[in-house]
Ligand binder design. Structure first.
Ligand code: G6Q
Length: 542
């Protein structure tokens, strides 16, 4: 057994689980009318009700003891203070500095990083202003009306998700598209809506070497040059966001059009940096700054609130409870607002790329599970699809149900129905429907054969997250909430949440196979029979 699973706090939770099993949530609510007051937190425009979880006061105490044992407060300090906590890549983890809205310095390797951060934000601001005020024009003198962001992974998912979430804040007259897939259809589909005279491409890549992004950038450039016919016009239509300025300039981007960020910003934590430029162009810089404000408010809450009242800490510990002590292997995220449609996809990378690790910080293979499978989609739609499995399936699937309180609008009947569904599902998951209730409902013609099919066991745990409204500030707080949740879980599991070595092998083998597919003199014999057969099939079909 590892130090973690042998530790007193871990062992205490193992025993506690046996002692309280099976916990009847309906009975807990009946016997304790104050349960929701005790098990809820409000911070940065978000209300978290976690009372519908399979926990007691003792469970929380045990989980908090685990967090203390794993030195969560020390790690939190280390992260915010710019220590090199991403040890396998020898990097600090300072995305929180990008949204530091105070006048306090943040030091990395003895240097305050805030002046550089503020300088890039100022450049983003004047660039957005130039585009929106039509001071910045395309090569034929027309104003820019379309932004095409080309990037992948961390240089794509955050801005795309936030762009959709903040649709009502879009600057009039600007259309924004996000292209990531190396499949040419992705870019081609977008280009059909674009006019080369009025389109601005943002090439977003930390390294400026990523295959998919560079190939899409090449294709975009070729499409643009086919109309503009002159390399010099590129300067008005191609900007780059990168930590590799030299690479971007060598690629042909005007030095003045490179928006920088830094080594200590992890890809999936980079929305707050210049990677957010396409978003800022789409919603305006003041809204982008409000996004930073919201994240900063959550950072402050995370940093300064006792662990027991700390929203990211509680969310993380509940996840650990289900994953490590109750046998849940996945976690479902169910936003109810249409504009949050890409949140589950974003959180998949956020969580699974961060915590999908089986080697701990000390280089040992773990003997406990880490990183649950994160999945989900719009709650309203999912109710008519896979909620069946969550309600009546054989697996324990903890859920996060998320709703931003709808504004009064002409569609208010729809919005009330949305809210009703959201609340009803969290109640249904918790209370279920027992056999007596099913029988009563069927009276007087009780069909005994049907009765068991209509029983809902209940006791299905859920968190309900209510946002005051969906705006840049609350969205910033929501994203930061999940970032910190993932960080806390990484600390508990003693893993480095900030590297991603697991994505390297596929890239490496992809390069070899690309050579084989494009150069017939290259041998395919070193591959296994399956890989060889696939290569031959594709080569013959070329
Ligand atoms: C995120 C990962 C990964 C990365 C992409 C794009 O944490 O590192 O998703 O963001 O591979 O990388 P570039 O920004 O370097 O193109």
């Amino acid at each position: 057994m590892s130090t973690l699973t042998e530790s007193p706090a871990w062992q205490a939770l193992v025993s506690h689980k046996q002692a309280i099993h099976p916990l009847d949530l309906r009975a807990e609510f009946r016997s304790d009318p104050g349960r929701v007051e005790r098990f809820s937190i409000e911070a940065a425009g978000i209300f978290l009700d976690y009372s519908k979880n399979l926990i007691t006061n003792e469970t929380l105490k045990g989980l908090l003891a685990l967090a203390t044992q794993q030195q969560l407060e020390v790690w939190r300090q280390r992260m915010f203070e710019g220590e090199v906590i991403n040890t396998t890549e020898q990097r600090a983890v300072l995305h929180t500095a990008l949204r530091n809205r105070s006048d306090q310095p943040v030091y990395y390797a003895g240097q305050d990083v805030m002046p550089d951060i503020r300088a890039v934000l100022a450049r983003m601001k004047s660039f957005c202003h130039a585009v929106h005020s039509h001071e910045w024009r395309g090569y034929t003198g027309q104003p820019i009306d379309t932004i095409v962001s080309i990037g992948i992974g961390g240089s794509y998912l955050g801005p795309k998700m936030a762009h959709s979430a903040l649709k009502p804040f879009t600057v009039p007259g600007i259309g924004t598209y996000f292209v990531s897939n190396v499949d040419a259809d992705d870019l081609q589909d977008v280009l059909q809506n674009c006019n080369p005279e009025t389109t601005l491409f943002v090439i977003a890549s930390k390294t400026f070497t990523t295959q998919e992004t560079m190939l899409n950038a090449d294709a975009a450039k070729a499409w643009f040059l086919a109309s503009s016919c002159d390399q010099k016009h590129l300067a008005k239509h191609f900007v780059a966001v990168s930590a590799n300025r030299e690479g971007a300039v060598a690629y042909g981007i005007d030095n003045a059009c490179v928006f920088e960020f830094w080594d200590w910003v992890g890809g999936r934590y980079s929305l707050w940096s210049a990677i957010g430029l396409p978003l800022a162009l789409s919603i305006g810089m003041s809204h982008f700054e409000q996004l930073l404000e919201g994240a900063y408010a959550m950072d402050q809450h995370f940093m300064n609130t006792p662990l027991a009242d700390n929203m990211p800490v509680i969310l993380a510990l509940l996840g650990v409870w289900y994953h490590n002590f109750c046998g849940a292997s996945s976690h479902v995220v169910l936003p109810y607002n249409q504009h949050l449609q890409f949140l589950p996809e974003y959180l998949q990378q956020q969580d699974m790329e961060s915590n999908g690790k089986s080697i701990d910080r000390d280089g040992h293979t773990v003997d406990y599970t880490t990183g649950p499978v994160i999945w989900g989609s719009l709650g309203s739609n999912a109710q008519h699809a896979y909620y069946q499995l969550i309600h009546q399936g054989t697996q324990l699937i903890p859920s996060d149900l998320i709703l931003a309180i709808p504004s009064e609008s002409e569609h208010s009947e729809q919005q009330v129905a949305l809210a009703a569904n959201f609340i009803a599902q969290s109640e249904a998951l918790m209370r279920g429907k027992n056999i007596d209730e099913v029988r009563r409902e069927m009276e007087p013609d009780i069909d005994e054969a049907l009765v068991p099919h209509k029983v809902f066991a209940g006791n299905r745990p859920s968190n309900t997250l209510l946002l005051d409204t969906l705006n840049p500030k609350t969205l910033g707080a929501l994203i930061a909430l999940y970032e910190h949740k993932v960080f806390v879980q990484g600390v508990i599991w003693n893993i480095n949440s900030f590297d991603q070595w697991g994505v390297e092998l596929g890239k490496q083998l992809g390069k070899t196979i690309l050579k084989t597919l494009t150069d017939t003199s290259n041998s395919h014999h070193s591959h296994d029979s399956s890989t060889k057969a696939l290569i031959l099939r594709l080569m013959n079909k070329k």
